[in-house]
Design a binder for this molecule. Structure first.
Ligand SMILES: C[S@@+](CC[C@H](N)C(=O)[O-])C[C@H]1O[C@@H](n2cnc3c(N)ncnc32)[C@H](O)[C@@H]1O
Length: 347
C-alpha cells in the first residue's frame, strides 16, 4: 500500500506529539525528576514554592484580604508546587480560609498523579477557565506557557510562509514552509505581529487563555504570575526545542517520546495583554524575584541546625534556582494585572 503523506502545521504537530490520547508525551508518562526528561523549580527545592506562597499571601493582602478568592494553578505537573503552597498557608489561617484552590490541567495522566499527591486538600480540578466563580483570581503559571503549541512563520524574499511538518515516509518527517497570508494572522491577533520581524512564533492557545484570564482579572480583580524561560527582545526567533532524558533532541525525532517546548517571548505576551487592556506590572529574572522575596534568608533559617550534608544540599538546590548559569537568568517572572495595580513585591 502506498504511504499517505501527512502535513501538519507546527502547532498541530506539537499538539499531537504532546497530547495525542494514545501516544502523546504528556499523556503516558511522568516527565519530571531524575527518571523523567526534565526537572522544574518546585521539584528542585521547596523554597521555590514557599516564595510563591509568600508572594500570593502578600498580593491577597494588597487586594485588601478578600473573603473569597480563587487561586488557580495552570498546568500543575506532579502537583509539587501546590502541595507546598498549601503547607505554607497552614501558617496563615486567614488566607487558607478565604482561598478556593483550582488546578487547570490537560493531561489525565498527570491529573491522577496530582490527585494522589494532593489528597484531602480540597482542590477543584477545573475543566473550563470560564467556569470560575465571580471572585478575585490569582493565576499562577510555572512553566505552563512554554508547553503550549505554537505556530511558526518565516519571511523569505519579502513573503511570509507558515512552517509545517511533512511526514513523507513511515517514521520520517521534514520541514515544509507553505506560502501564507500574514494579514489573516494579524487580524486574529489584533495587532501587527509581523512588524520588524523575520520570524514569528505565536501560540493561538496561549492567546485564547490570556484573553479569558484578562477578562476575569478586569472584571473581578487579581493577577497572573508567569514564571517561565524566555527572552525580552522585540525580535522573535526560532526557539522550538526538544528534550529527551535531560538531553537535547532534534525536534522532528522521537515523535511523542520527547518533550517539545519553546522559549517565551515576554515582549509578545506584553503586547497581547495590552491588547486586552491589562498591563505587565513587572518583569524580572527568577534570581531577582526569589532574592527580593527573601529566599536567601529562608534558606539560612531552615538550615541553621542541620548537619553539613543537609545544609549543602539545600544550598546546592538554591544555587540551581538562582544562579545565572542555571535557572536564575534564563527564567523570568512576569506579573500581569490591571493598569492601576500598585503591588510590586518581587520586582
Ligand atoms: C512543563 S509542565 C510544568 C508543570 C508544573 N507547573 C511544574 O512547574 O512542575 C507543563 C504542565 O502544563 C500542562 N499543560 C500543558 N498544556 C496544557 C493545557 N492546554 N491546559 C492545561 N494544562 C496543560 C501539562 O500537562 C503539565 O502539567
Amino acid at each position: 500500500m502506498k504511504y499517505k503523506k501527512r502535513i501538519l502545521t507546527i502547532d498541530k504537530f506539537i499538539n499531537e506529539a504532546l497530547y495525542n490520547k494514545k501516544f502523546g508525551y504528556y499523556m503516558n508518562k511522568n516527565p519530571f525528576g531524575k527518571k523523567g526528561d526534565f526537572i522544574t523549580a518546585p521539584n528542585i527545592s521547596v523554597l521555590f514554592s514557599e516564595m510563591i506562597a509568600i508572594w500570593i499571601i502578600s498580593f491577597w493582602e494588597n487586594l485588601k484580604c478578600p473573603k473569597k478568592i480563587n487561586l488557580i494553578e495552570l498546568g500543575s505537573g506532579n502537583g509539587s508546587m501546590m502541595k507546598e503552597i498549601i503547607n505554607t498557608f497552614e501558617k496563615f489561617p486567614h488566607i487558607k480560609k478565604s482561598c478556593k484552590i483550582y488546578i487547570y490541567e490537560k493531561s489525565v495522566y498527570l491529573k491522577n498523579i496530582q490527585k494522589k499527591n494532593l489528597k484531602k486538600k480540597n482542590i477543584i480540578w477545573l475543566k473550563n477557565l470560564n467556569k470560575l466563580p465571580k471572585n478575585p483570581n490569582i493565576f499562577i503559571a510555572n512553566e505552563f506557557f512554554d508547553a503550549l503549541p505554537i505556530k511558526q512563520f518565516i519571511k523569505k524574499n519579502d513573503k511570509w510562509y507558515e512552517r509545517n511538518v511533512e511526514f513523507f515516509q513511515p517514521g520520517k518527517a521534514r520541514i515544509l514552509d507553505i506560502l501564507t497570508n500574514i494579514k489573516k494572522l494579524e487580524k486574529k491577533v489584533g495587532f501587527k505581529i509581523s512588524y520588524k520581524q523575520k520570524f514569528i512564533e505565536f501560540s493561538p492557545l496561549a492567546n485564547s487563555y490570556l484573553k479569558i484570564i484578562s477578562n476575569k482579572i478586569k472584571l473581578y480583580k487579581g493577577g497572573l504570575l508567569i514564571i517561565d524561560y524566555g527572552y525580552l527582545s522585540e525580535k522573535m526567533r526560532n526557539t522550538l526545542q526538544s528534550v529527551l532524558n535531560h538531553k537535547y533532541n532534534k525536534v522532528l525525532n522521537n515523535f511523542g517520546k520527547a518533550d517539545i517546548t519553546h522559549c517565551i517571548n515576554f515582549n509578545l505576551i506584553k503586547k497581547i495583554i495590552n491588547n486586552f487592556y491589562l498591563k505587565s506590572i513587572g518583569i524580572t529574572s527568577q534570581e531577582k524575584f526569589l532574592t527580593n522575596l527573601g529566599i536567601l534568608k529562608r534558606a539560612e533559617m531552615i538550615s541553621i541546625n542541620l548537619p553539613f550534608s543537609k545544609k549543602a544540599d539545600i544550598y546546592y538546590r538554591l544555587k540551581r534556582l538562582i544562579d545565572k548559569n542555571f535557572m536564575g537568568k534564563l527564567f523570568k517572572v512576569m506579573f500581569i494585572s490591571k493598569k492601576n495595580m500598585n503591588f510590586k513585591l518581587g520586582f
